[in-house]
Each structure stands twice: as structure tokens, then as C-alpha cells.
Design a protein around this ligand. Structure first.
Ligand code: NZQ
Ligand code: ZN
Length: 391
């Protein structure tokens, strides 16, 4: 196991009806906040009204900015920054899924920063100030942004989707009330479960030795995600299953499972290129890429893949490691299919003649040395092959 330092500032409030306490939880913490949300799901569900009532009752003054799109964009972030400066906002409340939370974090990061916010993502500028605090009410369990220190934003002008991480971007407060997920369409549940699972894959498939504790915690979390998502596929109104899925989604990405081990993030780097160029949902892109990536890398560390196949995918243990691993990967593909997730580039709407070389270059460019880490290190040529094997 490697050395590590872990800091997590989020007050995490979980349970039915807890979102109604948002006013009390924020009272005294802000002079004026920005209420940030997406394209309208919170208005249709009645959540917007409940939040506005709770803030008003608590005497919290606020301004609002809706309209965050899935794969959130830098232009709206810039608009949010200008609004916060004009209005003297000192706190951001994000009510939505990963996209709304990431957009809120981007605004929080930039209000006190004098330069251009996008240049923080491209690493042309560095942050000298402290981000504003962010609170979240989660409406879609998937990205794990409610407890992660990251934000991922797209710039349509340059077709780039980039992440930025900062310890102070872990929300100060996150509220997870499982009944808020009952309005989600089935494909969002599937994208979310796929994303959570991949957040664990990026940490679990490592060459680091002596990681039994986080291996076991990861395996339990992966099994829970798969079980609960399968239940929700048939019973979308099962609030108890949503509760377990959502808690697993937070655990999958608050980095408890990644402590003391080398991490990969290669599938995420590859997927962000697909989302940047073709605007596909993050979880859908991952469903296509992950099995092809596993096919390409498992031989570099058959032991960890066989352990996963047996402990998570329920394959019978055997000395025939290749058969065990291949059966595990086949079961993963079947599980994605059972959730209605896409399996090929074509199903994602990405043409055969897409510029996979440029996407491979883009993915590699965000990693040190231009190489994608993991059980096997990928260069531009091998990354391009992974894309092509998804055709
Ligand atoms: O915009 P509204 O109208 O709210 O609709 C949203 C959106 O269309 C809808 N939705 C959300 N809650 C709902 C609902 N519809 C009905 N009922 C509800 N309760 O769902 C759609 C998708 O929402 P979005 O926020 O885009 O999805 P998700 O939570 O999967 O977030 C995806 C984004 O997170 C990034 C992804 O790259 C992607 O941009 N990620 C962020 C990470 C982080 N910050 O740590 C890590 C992840 O790996 C990921 O990259
Ligand atoms: Zn993800």
C-alpha cells in the first residue's frame, strides 16, 4: 500500500425528506447565495418550490441561475461568475445531478479568481484564491460530485471537456434524499450505475500490492451497485434500492476506495473525448469503452482481473485464469445490455470514420508524459485501438 493523506470536508446528510432542512442547514452561513439548477426537472418535480420555500422561511436571500446542460458548458459558468460578482454572492447551492454540481463548483472556483476560468481547466492559469463554498441537493446518483473534489466542464468552441480538482471543491454540505430519484428516466439510472462502477474500476484495477482492505470494500460496493441497479431496472419506484444505489455512488467516488493505491482514470480520459466531440452521456460512453479497455489490458495483470471476476461477477474460481477473466468481462457486457446501455460506437451515434486518432491524442494529452496509466500504460496508438475495438 502507498502513503496517502485524506481530507474530506463534506457534511453528508442522507435520508427521506432531509432536503427540506436546507434552510436550517444553511442559516447563518451565507449573506446571499446562488441557487443553481439544470433544464427544468426540479421545477417539474416540485423540488424547486420546496427549496425556495425552505430558503425563504430561513430568511436566506438568493439569486438564481438555471439552464445547466448535461455535459455542462463554460459559457454558462462565465454567466454565473458575472452574476455572483454583481450580486455579492458568497455561497452556491446546486440542486441537480453531476452537471449542475460541476457547474456550481466551476462558478465557486472562479468568482474570486481574476483570470479566465477556462484557463484553470487548461492549466494555463493557477488558482491563487479560495473557492466559495458549495452545497448540493442531489437529484441523480451517478457522478459522485456531491462528495468529490472535482469538476468537469466542456468548452464547445474548442471541443474539449476537462476536469479540475481542488480539495476545497468538496461540497461543504451535500443532501441525499432517495425519493428525489423516483422521477428519473430508466436510461439515467443505467448511465449513473455504469459511471459509479467505473469510478471503482479506475481505482481497483491497479498494480499496487497490499490493498486487501480497499479491494474488499470496492468489491462490496461494486456488487451493491450492480444488484441495486438490476432491481431498479424492474422496479424504478423502489426507494430502498435508490437509497442503496445513491450511497454506493458517493462511496464509489469520494476516494476512500482509492487510498494507498495507484489509480488509472484511463477510461474517463477516453470517455471525456467522446462526450466533448459527440456530446454523448458520460455513462453511455463508459459502457461502450470499458469492456474494450478490459480486453486490451487484462493480460498485464491477470490476477486482479480474475479476483474481480470471481468476487464481483460471480465466476467460479479456476486455475484457468484466462477463461475466468473472459467470463467476467462477458458477464459485465451482459449486465450493461440488461440495463439497456449501448455496446458499440454506432449505438452511441459515433460514425465509423470518426477521428479516433485525434481523440486518442486528446485523451493522452491530459496525462503526464502523454501516457494513460493503469495496469497497462497506453500510448496514443494503443488508445486509438481501444476506440476502434468499440466499432
Ligand atoms: O437538467 P435537468 O432538467 O435537471 O435534467 C437532468 C439531465 O437532463 C436529468 N435529471 C437530473 N435529476 C433528475 C433528472 N430528471 C428527472 N428527475 C430527476 N430527479 O438528468 C439529465 C442528466 O443529468 P446530469 O447531471 O448531466 O447527469 P450526471 O449526474 O450523470 O452528471 C454527468 C456529468 O458529471 C461529470 C460527467 O462527465 C458529466 O459531465 N462527472 C463529474 C465527476 C465529478 N465531478 O467528480 C466525475 C464523473 O466521472 C463525471 O465525469
Ligand atoms: Zn465518471
Amino acid at each position: 500500500m502507498d502513503s496517502f493523506s485524506y481530507y474530506n470536508q463534506t457534511r453528508y446528510v442522507f435520508g427521506h425528506g432531509e432536503y427540506r432542512n436546507i434552510g436550517n442547514l444553511l442559516k447563518g452561513k451565507t449573506e446571499k447565495l446562488l441557487l443553481h439548477y439544470g433544464g427544468g426537472s426540479i421545477k417539474r418535480s416540485g423540488l424547486y418550490e420546496s427549496v425556495v420555500n425552505a430558503l425563504t422561511t430561513a430568511g436566506i436571500s438568493f439569486v438564481e441561475l438555471g439552464g445547466v446542460k448535461p455535459n455542462p458548458e463554460i459559457d454558462l459558468v462565465r454567466q454565473g461568475v458575472a452574476l455572483c460578482r454583481e450580486e455579492g454572492v458568497d455561497y452556491i447551492l446546486a440542486v441537480g445531478g453531476g452537471s449542475v454540481i460541476d457547474s456550481a463548483k466551476a462558478i465557486a472556483l472562479s468568482v474570486t479568481h481574476e483570470g479566465d476560468v477556462w484557463k484553470l481547466y487548461t492549466k494555463e492559469e493557477t488558482l491563487q484564491t479560495t473557492p466559495l463554498p458549495v452545497a448540493t441537493i442531489l437529484t441523480l446518483p451517478a457522478a459522485g460530485s456531491e462528495n468529490s473534489p472535482n469538476t468537469v466542464i466542456s468548452d464547445r468552441a474548442s471541443n474539449r471537456k476537462l476536469g479540475y480538482g481542488h480539495e476545497q471543491l468538496r461540497p461543504a454540505l451535500s443532501i441525499v434524499s432517495p425519493e428525489l430519484f423516483l422521477t428519473l428516466p430508466p436510461e439515467q439510472m443505467a448511465y449513473g450505475a455504469c459511471d459509479m462502477l467505473c469510478h471503482i474500476f479506475e481505482r481497483y484495477f491497479t498494480n499496487t500490492q497490499g490493498t486487501e482492505l480497499t479491494d474488499a470494500l470496492s468489491e462490496a460496493t461494486m456488487r451493491t451497485i450492480m444488484q441495486q441497479a438490476s432491481i431498479l431496472r424492474n422496479e424504478p419506484q423502489n426507494e430502498a434500492a435508490w437509497a442503496q444505489l445513491a450511497f454506493s455512488g458517493t462511496i464509489a467516488h469520494n476516494n476512500i476506495l482509492g487510498l494507498g493505491r495507484e489509480q488509472s482514470w484511463t477510461c474517463h480520459a477516453l470517455e471525456h473525448e467522446l462526450s466533448a466531440v459527440y456530446d454523448v452521456p458520460h455513462g453511455a460512453g463508459l459502457a461502450v469503452l470499458v469492456p474494450a479497455y478490459f480486453d486490451a489490458v487484462w493480460q498485464a495483470n491477470p490476477g486482479i482481473f480474475a479476483q474481480w471476476a470471481v468476487n464481483v461477477m460471480g465466476v467460479a474460481a479456476s486455475r484457468d485464469t484466462e477463461r475466468v477473466v473472459k467470463e467476467g468481462i462477458m458477464r459485465l457486457r451482459a449486465w450493461y445490455k440488461s440495463l439497456g446501455l449501448p455496446q458499440t460506437m454506432e449505438e452511441l451515434g459515433i460514425p465509423r470514420d470518426a477521428d479516433f486518432k485525434a481523440m486518442a491524442e486528446g485523451a493522452c494529452s491530459v496525462r503526464p508524459g502523454g501516457l494513460l496509466p493503469g495496469v497497462r500504460v497506453l500510448d496514443v496508438t494503443s488508445a486509438e485501438e481501444v476506440y476502434k475495438n468499440c466499432l
